[in-house]
Design a protein around this ligand. Structure first.
Ligand SMILES: C[S@@+](CC[C@H](N)C(=O)[O-])C[C@H]1O[C@@H](n2cnc3c(N)ncnc32)[C@H](O)[C@@H]1O
Length: 265
């Protein structure tokens, strides 16, 4: 992310491509067949995240196990270890629980595994339906609370009644995103919560795997700046639609790296 200076963003919220599962149409980290190479690529990106994140600030990574060719890959467990090796401090593992019976975005067929026991009601046929994903929360060093003025804190005050209802435990219930535009979007409620809880107004939020632009949309709505990287140019229209680009084009800058130019679109 050579466009970004060291320690220049105050929060990272992201969901990396799933290993060998989703078709994002262009060659990318998710289309790598080798699991170890997939993890190696994630490591390179998380290392770069460490460089651009300001001291004391958070990175939140939404991941889940992936089932591919009948094999289950413990991506959250490996991500925890990779993030630690990059230098981040492990803070929390928040579970995003989806209503039962909902299709799990990352594991095809994962919401139907229990069906095997119904077909064969005997021992050894038990595979539970998958109804959760992880939100791994890490921090770069310790945060200096004195570095933020009271005025800035007040401008970013959290509605504690809402927080008590939705965020008092490390299990958050949220509906998955079902709209079209991208094969693997997270619901807007996910980045929204993380941005409210882990950044201040006017901070800059980075998503290195922007997809349809959900993180940027949430950041914009919450009075934060945002930077996103997306390898598939085909998602640009979805991003522009989501962030309401046509209404305020001057608020956005789109850099097409292939062409090496800044497009004022
Ligand atoms: C799980 S999706 C993110 C979806 C996003 N959270 C949303 O709500 O729309 C992962 C995205 O990472 C993109 N991607 C994969 N490899 C990438 C890379 N090396 N650099 C930037 N984006 C990449 C994929 O094209 C895909 O859109």
């Amino acid at each position: 992310m050579y466009e970004l200076e060291d320690k220049s963003v105050q929060l990272i919220v992201t969901s990396p491509p799933y290993f060998n599962v989703k078709n994002y149409e262009v060659e990318n980290i998710g289309s790598i067949d080798s699991y170890s190479l997939y993890l190696k690529s994630l490591r390179q990106i998380f290392q770069e995240c460490y460089r651009v994140l300001a001291d004391g600030r958070y990175i939140c990574v939404n991941v889940s196990d992936v089932i591919s060719n009948k094999k289950k890959y413990p991506i959250p467990a490996h991500c925890i270890s990779i993030l630690q090796r990059c230098g981040f401090k492990y803070i929390d593992d928040i579970i995003w629980k989806k209503p039962s019976g909902r299709k799990s975005g990352k594991c095809s067929g994962a919401a139907k595994r229990f069906g095997l026991l119904i077909q064969h009601p005997y021992p050894m046929y038990y595979y539970p339906n998958v109804v959760y994903e992880h939100i791994l929360v890490f921090r770069k060093d310790d945060f200096d609370f004195k570095s933020v003025t009271l005025a800035k804190k007040e401008k970013s005050k959290i509605d504690i009644r809402y927080a008590k209802l939705h965020w008092s435990t490390n299990v958050w219930e949220m509906m998955p995103e079902t709209r079209k535009g991208h094969p693997a979007m997270f619901p807007e409620a996910l980045p929204r919560a993380l941005i409210e809880l882990y950044s201040f107004r006017d901070d800059t939020v980075l998503d290195p795997f922007l997809g349809s632009g959900t993180t940027t949309k949430a950041a914009y709505d919450l009075g934060r700046n945002s930077v996103g990287y997306e390898i598939n140019n085909g998602y640009l229209e979805a991003i522009k639609k989501k962030v309401n680009f046509s209404k305020e084009p001057d608020s956005f800058k789109i850099i097409n790296r292939k062409r090496g130019e800044t497009c004022e679109l």
